[in-house]
Write a protein of this length. Sequence first.
Length: 432
Amino acid sequence: MPDTLSLFTTPSTEPLAARMRPQSLDDFAGQQHLIAPGKILRRIIDSDNIPSMIFWGPPGVGKTSLASIIALKTQAAFINFSAVTSGIKEIRDVMKQAEANRNFGERTILFVDEIHRFNKAQQDAFLPFVEKGSIILIGATTENPSFEINGALLSRCKVFVLKPLSVDDITGLLRRGLGFLSEKVSADDDVLRTIAEFSNGDARSALSLLEMTAMNSDNGKITPEVLEMCTSRKSLLYDKNGEEHYNLISALHKSMRNSDPDAAVYWLARMLEAGEDPLYIARRVVRFASEDVGLAEPGALGMAVAAYQACHFLGMPECSVHLTQAVIHMSIAPKSNAVYSAYNSAREDALHTLAEPVPLHIRNAPTKLMRELDYGRGYQYAHDYDEKITAMECLPESLRGKEYYRPSGQGSEAKYKQRLDAIKSWKTEHRV
């Protein structure tokens, strides 16, 4: 439903993030891939030729701010609608208003914050009005629209992906934010940068922390000690872009590789309690699952991906237990770098043989001309054979006999090794 202001709402009582909401694209921080001069979203907004669209991105990256800029610039009626507080009745009321506007030749832009919170029936209620042009729908969501927005509705919307703000973007916002505070407060650039790093790309979170530290400032100065007190973190000076960042992730990786769960959990805790992005750690664990465990325990990759998804859904501090489970699992799992080594070895050959033609017999032949040129001639379809295998060569002639995957025999990979040895033996016997 449309936002309303109370008599008791004053600029000074609004959160800092609300007071600093940009009024134009020139004041907007980040998202230059969309709003830099000449970029698609900027052209759309500047021309007031707004289509139905979805803004998808993590919290605090400017989805609502972009909508407010559109509201200021557009000649259309603009209605701000919340998926948290509204239901079917409110949707119908807004649609009646939009229909009335259309009868008078006026466009209606409907902004729906957190559109993923609407169920299928509620989303379906928008569809006929979007289809006939009664409303231009702008939705904001932190969730993947492919999964959370009805396909019919999504197909009528342009999706714009917003990225987490960079540390530099947020540091600049914080410098400006000092001037919006009710009392004169100062902070060194190092402190502002630490707040920016701590916010994990979320401008709203950074400005809220700035406001909190300002209220607890030491004689008008935000010091590292004040920042530490306001965040209950001992390691706020941990630099996510500096040497210590890489030292700690290296320590975690090597502890897991050396099957030391105690050390691995310790280094995990060091990073999380210093404010490291849990998704960064989760991505490293996903990589580890294939690089250092691989087929010695195929379930490790599923465990790592599940931990990443849990971090995405829950965030800190709840997701710390999921990361701990994954890190312990990786530490105890049997180890093999055979998959990692296989790709690196094949990559070297691939880079040196980029011009090597695909053998004719394993080329696809969808046209008559291709068949006349012997594409696919001599191909042996494995499922036509009792053993479900043939002795057909699939590598280029210059690489014939090359071996990239060499299973270690650790854990489940012992079974892969046994199977691969049997395959190679059979092919050697049956190769002409």
